[in-house]
Design a protein around this ligand. Structure first.
Ligand code: HEM
Ligand code: HEM
Length: 199
């Protein structure tokens, strides 16, 4: 199936210094779906924290936790996909330090995509609160009740957001630097392909 192909067979040989090869459509879809869910989840999480009314807090938290669990699932799919499909290589001329920095940022981003939902879930479940997904079903509660555990995980959850923001500043900053300063087309690697021109 064309969708399952991670590398473009149409791409011409990019040469040693070029970023000609792209991520495949599945990786690109997952990247932008996760990015969109992150933006929405953070927005709803913050609104729930700052809202004065209990109803707004409850409603926004319900959406927040549903999006958070969706992120967990999408990140899991992304990791499985990544481990089973090759990632387009960076050009051979990329400095080793830059390759290591990119790999570390990406690895940490993946870790935080799991750590945020898990800490959020334990924070609620340890208080005996149901974790309802888009009003459809509750996740099973696999955590024993403890206010202390709940408070500790909630605290870690709330603080991890700053770690996420820092990583995203680095990540998006690097993408924009490549795009507008180095002009090497890195962003195109993660951008949906244009439809092939009609013959
Ligand atoms: C907002 C949440 C975002 C998250 C969680 C995120 C996460 C990631 C991760 C984990 C990777 C590594 C992919 C892999 O090797 O498997 C990646 C790659 C990439 N991201 Fe993001 N990203 C986000 C937003 C953005 C934005 C806003 C941009 C553009 C301005 C961007 C541009 C890129 C590019 C260009 C790559 C490919 C880098 C390469 O070619 O090696 N990302 N992203
Ligand atoms: C990647 C996914 C997630 C992100 C980025 C995220 C981020 C956030 C943010 C930014 C806040 C606001 C913290 C503040 O008020 O300073 C928050 C609060 C909260 N989140 Fe998440 N979260 C995620 C997943 C989850 C999940 C899956 C759950 C539950 C199953 C959850 C439960 C909560 C709860 C209960 C609060 C309110 C905390 C409080 O009352 O102090 N979160 N989250």
């Amino acid at each position: 199936m064309a969708v399952a192909k991670e590398k473009s067979s149409r791409a011409p040989d990019p040469g040693p210094d070029s970023l000609g090869e792209k991520f495949g459509p599945v990786a690109i879809f997952l990247h932008w779906a996760i990015a969109a869910c992150i933006v929405l989840s953070v927005a709803f999480g913050l609104i729930s924290g700052f809202a004065d009314s209990a109803e707004v807090t409850q409603a926004t938290l319900a959406i927040h936790q549903s999006l958070g669990v969706t992120i967990f699932v999408l990140a899991l799919v992304r990791v499985v996909w990544r481990l089973t499909h090759p990632v387009p290589p960076l050009p051979a001329s990329t400095p080793r330090s830059q390759k290591i920095a990119a790999a570390l940022t990406h690895l940490t981003l993946y870790l935080i995509l799991f750590a945020l939902p898990v800490t959020g879930y334990v924070g609620l479940a340890a208080r005996g609160r149901p974790v309802t997904i888009f009003g459809l079903f509750d996740l099973p509660n696999v955590v024993s009740r403890s206010i202390k555990t709940s408070a500790a995980f909630q605290n870690v959850h709330n603080n991890l957001q700053y770690f996420l923001y820092g990583l995203l500043v680095l990540h998006i900053g690097a993408a924009l630097y490549h795009q507008f300063v180095m002009k090497d087309g890195l962003l195109a690697r993660m951008w949906p392909r244009k439809a092939p021109a009609a013959p």
